[in-house]
Design a protein. Sequence first.
Length: 363
Amino acid sequence: MKRKLFSMLMIAAVVTSTLVGCGTGKTDDATASTGTQGTTETKKVKIAVIRNLPSDDHTKQFLDGAVQEGKALGYEVDTFISNGDDAKFQELVGQQIGKNYDGLIISHGKVEYSTDMLKPALDKGMKVVTFDTAFKDNVIPKGITSTAQDDYALAQLSLDEIIARSPNKPAKILKLWFGPGVPPLDRREEIYKKYESEGKIKTVELIGPSTLDDVQGEVSSRVGAVLSKYPAGSIDAIWGSWDELAKGGYKAMQEAKRNDIQLISIDISNQDINLMMEKDSIWKATAAVDPKLIGTVDMRILAKKLKGEETPETFNLEANLIKAEQLKSDTIMTTLSEVVPGWGKSDAFNETWMDELRKANGK
């Protein structure tokens, strides 16, 4: 009897041990997948931000906005720049799609390849937000949110400022532009052509670089080469459809010792601000969106996608006009909000759970 009882107890012990072992295994699996209990760490969200433009001030600020917001939300963020080389850009995007990233922010993809380039990412279930990126037949692939500056408003603000400052009707413009094929510049060109057809402006010369390798240097040389053709009074303004172009025009005017033509541009950077504040500067105004805010908002949209929340197909960021007379001696990009109401601030796509993550991450 004792032997039988002992045998039964041993069997019960083995069964109990087996059941406990199975239960522990299931708990460990749940911990590994949810990261909510035990010592297993939650898998960190990884984001790649890839930009197809030169490493200029605007690019740096855009990347800073994306990185800072991503880190504040607890993400790991890597950045890549192709310097306007489309082949290198596509290669960089392909490489990151092949790695273990959860989401992508893509900047300045071209219509010729963006749709096909991003299809593998979408097929893998990666979340994607784009900025100033064009797609085949103007069809944004399902799942992507396409963001942009309000380029139509940027063009209108800058051209209206030229018209308001010009004694001649139509205003005579030396136009700095690069394209076609760069989506934001193409959109700005639409408004320019509209104003031209309406007789509000007249182009006396069109100048642009041949490549994006040395935008400022090439534009400066080309503007300098034609200035002698136009005596004082024959041109009202230089329109820089992109501030890198505008900086080239400004340099040429300085070297030629010409101050009879006003410069109005689009986009802004610390370098632009410094040039606008120089004594007797011809750079009178610029229309812009805070580039850091673009990166910030793009990261928020991506965060909502990662959480499974609804996001729009498109989103445009609001434009501002910044006049030289508004600037103070200590104005820089981070203090522009002191002279331009609302600059650099937006609650777009911000959520309560994001505020909680920032607090948890000490941001």
